[in-house]
Design a protein around this ligand. Structure first.
Ligand SMILES: [Zn+2]
Length: 335
């Protein structure tokens, strides 16, 4: 809605306040079987560190998916807040050491944008480094259980053990909260569409919004837990905010984004829905629908990363959503 800002649904100041997912891409699946060394030199970092504002950094996953997802951090007056911890704990260790090169301030918090293992795999590393883990209330309920089904037939005893020992968050919220790093304000807000338990993190003074998997930049999204109708509304809220043009959007997957990339992602979701609606209107559903719609979808967005892996799944999930049969993780009762 025009006039609102990303900074606040209440104050008319700016998008960052109005911030209202599993990525198991093939690259991550490859990384599941490998392990980087903790002592890797800088040139072999499993992510690229990009400064997106004063004291605000995005850690963008390597092209081969060594980290499993993006992460980031904010340096405030008296401490550091980290956003997400990757899939790979070694990548989280590398992030801690990069933070240590920039500041001696304590790592006080890590905010999980959602429960998927590719974003919380290094939480224990950050906890050991001193961080309090903050997450959506549903994340705490889902992190050690719902992550199992994301692996599908790739679930091994080792991966099961890894999921069942993921850190449980220390602080949970359903409505969002504000963290003060001295004078630096960090806003944490729930967002609908990807899992039903997502948080976005904004840094109003730097006009940076960490979106988690609410945003995928030119990478096909994993909608296994998603609700596309809600997701489209959320992306529209982002693009319509009055400070959207000046905002740096850090997606869960893909490079640092501008508002035009959010618009393109919203178009991807709308095209997915329209395509599946049209096929259903012509009387086909299920596997036949996926087969019929895939070439058309490929013409629209076939150049997106991981498209060949995720697009058939997306068409199937969209069909289920429109049929009212889609399974999504069950939310826990509100506080
Ligand atoms: Zn992800």
């Amino acid at each position: 809605m025009k006039g609102r800002t990303l900074s606040s649904p209440i104050s008319p100041k700016g998008l960052i306040r109005r911030i209202t997912g599993l990525m198991l891409i093939p690259a991550l699946l490859l990384s599941l079987g490998s392990s980087a060394t903790a002592s890797a030199p800088d040139t072999a970092l499993p992510f690229v560190l990009k400064q997106v504002g004063p004291g605000v950094y995005a850690a963008i996953d390597s092209p081969s998916g060594k980290s499993g997802s993006n992460a980031g951090f904010v340096i405030g007056d008296d401490g550091v807040l980290v956003i997400d911890s990757f899939f790979n704990p070694d990548a989280a260790r590398a992030l801690v050491s990069e933070i240590r090169k920039l500041t001696p301030k304590p790592i006080r918090y890590v905010v999980n944008t959602h429960y998927h293992v590719d974003h919380v795999g290094g939480d224990n590393v950050l906890r050991d480094a001193g961080a309090i883990i903050i997450a959506h209330r549903n994340e705490r309920a889902w992190v050690r259980t719902d992550n199992l089904h994301l692996f599908g037939d790739r679930l091994t005893p080792e991966r099961k053990a890894m999921v069942e020992t993921l850190a449980l968050p220390d602080v949970t919220t359903t409505r969002g909260l504000t963290i003060w790093l001295g004078s630096r304000e960090i806003l944490i807000r729930p967002a609908l569409g990807h899992t039903g338990g997502d948080l976005m993190v904004s840094v109003p003074d730097a006009k940076v919004l960490f979106c988690g998997d609410i945003l995928w930049r030119h990478v096909s999204p994993n909608i296994i837990d998603g609700n596309v109708a809600e997701w489209i509304k959320t992306t529209e809220g982002l693009t319509n905010a009055e400070d959207a043009a000046e905002t740096a959007f850090v997606p869960g997957h893909g490079n640092v984004a501008a508002v035009k990339d959010v618009t393109e992602f919203a178009a991807y979701l709308r095209d997915l829905r329209a395509l599946v609606q049209a096929e259903r209107a012509s009387g086909i559903t299920g596997d036949a629908l996926i087969k019929a719609a895939l070439p058309k979808f490929s013409k629209q967005h076939g150049d997106w990363g991981a498209f060949s892996y995720f697009a058939p799944l997306e068409l199937g999930f969209m069909d289920q959503e429109l049929a009212g049969t889609k399974r999504v993780p069950a939310p826990v009762a509100d506080d």
